[in-house]
Ligand binder design. Sequence first.
Ligand code: CDP
Length: 222
Amino acid sequence: MPGYKLAIDGPAGSGKSTISALIAKRMGWTHIDTGAMYRAVTLQAIELGIDLNEESAYRFLESSKIHYDFDKIYINDRDVTEAIRSESVTNHVSLVSSFPYVRKKLVDLQKHAAEYGNIVMDGRDIGTVVLPHANLKVFLTANVEERAKRRYKENLKKGKVTQIEKVIEDISTRDQKDSTRKESPLKMADDAIILDTTHLTIDQVVNKIIELTGQKEKEHGV
Ligand code: CDP
């Protein structure tokens, strides 16, 4: 696997996707948001009206094409970047991602996508399953109140008013489901570096991780 591979894992709202996107931009690397892929499968399953509890119903994946291009995600060439952030997708994604068949399909895609080049990939099982030989593994955490506050502000920016208590509840439920599932649960890799971001700004986290990679950042504007 030529190139630098950076694996970033962590629970809901720990800032993985934002941080990973910024690192990719500054380093000139490719960012792969694996959560977006699980969300895309969930969206498609909901739209097809399949029984979400039935693993064999996900066979539709045999003939669907999910791909990633410059932080936009497509299902069968339809841009679903916005649609995958809906409440209904968020509420069902933990269930969908618990099926071994779905995981196998997406993990294969992710491994393939990371084969060449410098990659920063974020998710729940990147350091443990997808890129076990990554050059650097970071596990981002933050206390649940802080994570809920971030999600709350993100929603507000999109014009969505939510109740902070409800966001805390949703995040805690998803954490619980993701950490206790049988197949590839959210778990820190033994060789990962843990970074508690509760009291850190986004820039501080980005700088810290770039420092940890030991790689030189690309000059801005070049
Ligand atoms: O909302 P947040 O950005 O924290 O979540 P996400 O990264 O978009 O991931 C959505 C869901 O996909 C997670 O709650 C997991 O259930 C699932 N997921 C997974 O199982 N494995 C991954 N590598 C990434 C996401």
